[in-house]
Design a protein around this ligand. Structure first.
Ligand SMILES: C[S@@+](CC[C@H](N)C(=O)[O-])C[C@H]1O[C@@H](n2cnc3c(N)ncnc32)[C@H](O)[C@@H]1O
Length: 212
């Protein structure tokens, strides 16, 4: 597995690439922040974030006094290290007493949470289910892992997934275990191009078993 690198562009922007794949820059971050606002607006207090990246989702969550705890799962230790040593902004986010960063695969970090302990899980570890940064991440969008996510949510809690496309496969897998599954468009301008990204959300039904 190849790791993460930072690239400083000629226009002054910083890009994050994972396993050779562009995942984001620090210029257009509105969809990453929209991911946080989606769960804040749904009333979330305790949240698990899959993928630290450049920290825009985390910063938007911590900006809300409503949010009392954020568990962040980040696969690549260098991503956390850059934030900690000031290579990228965000040391204040890691120092916030509400933040708990775990270096590891989001699937293992979610599975390690107690049943019915989270108000929201937000996943932004790839460019979406059809644009993976690691082949193994395909399982993140599969029915089995979504079932595990559902069991870690409180009844009425939400799973929200960032995606480059409105994936029918993802909506179907989420619909196996969550109710009210919907995809909302976020229009952005990325390096001069108009793009439309998606946040796919679903709510835990009350009858999910908590025995995983
Ligand atoms: C698009 S970035 C996240 C952006 C973040 N939402 C933000 O606001 O900056 C994706 C992040 O997920 C991480 N990642 C990729 N696969 C992962 C996995 N299986 N588990 C945890 N983190 C993963 C990458 O290393 C990268 O830091």
């Amino acid at each position: 597995m190849t790791g993460a690198i930072l690239r400083r562009r000629d226009d002054g922007a910083t890009e994050l690439r994972v396993n050779g794949v562009f995942v984001m820059d620090d210029v257009e971050t509105s969809s990453e922040q929209a991911l946080a606002r989606t769960v804040i607006d749904l009333g979330a207090r305790e949240v698990l974030v899959g993928g630290l990246g450049l920290g825009y989702t985390l910063r938007a969550l911590l900006a809300s006094a409503q949010v009392s705890r954020v568990v962040v799962a980040e696969l690549h230790p260098e991503v956390v290290g850059w934030m900690r040593d000031g290579t990228v902004p965000g040391a204040d986010l890691l120092a916030d007493e509400r933040t708990h960063v775990v270096v590891g695969d989001v699937r293992e970090v979610v599975a390690a949470q107690s049943a019915s302990s989270l108000d929201a899980i937000v996943l932004d570890v790839d460019n979406g289910p059809d644009f993976l940064v690691h082949d193994g991440n395909a399982a993140v969008y599969g029915s089995d892992f979504i079932e595990v996510c559902a069991s870690r949510l409180r009844p009425g809690g939400h799973l929200c997934v960032w995606s480059m496309n409105d994936s029918e496969h993802l909506r179907r897998a989420m619909g196996d275990h969550l109710s009210d599954v919907r995809a909302e468009a976020v229009d952005v301008a990325l390096q001069g191009r108009d793009e439309r990204y998606w946040i796919v959300a679903g709510a835990r039904q009350d009858d999910v078993a908590g025995s995983y």
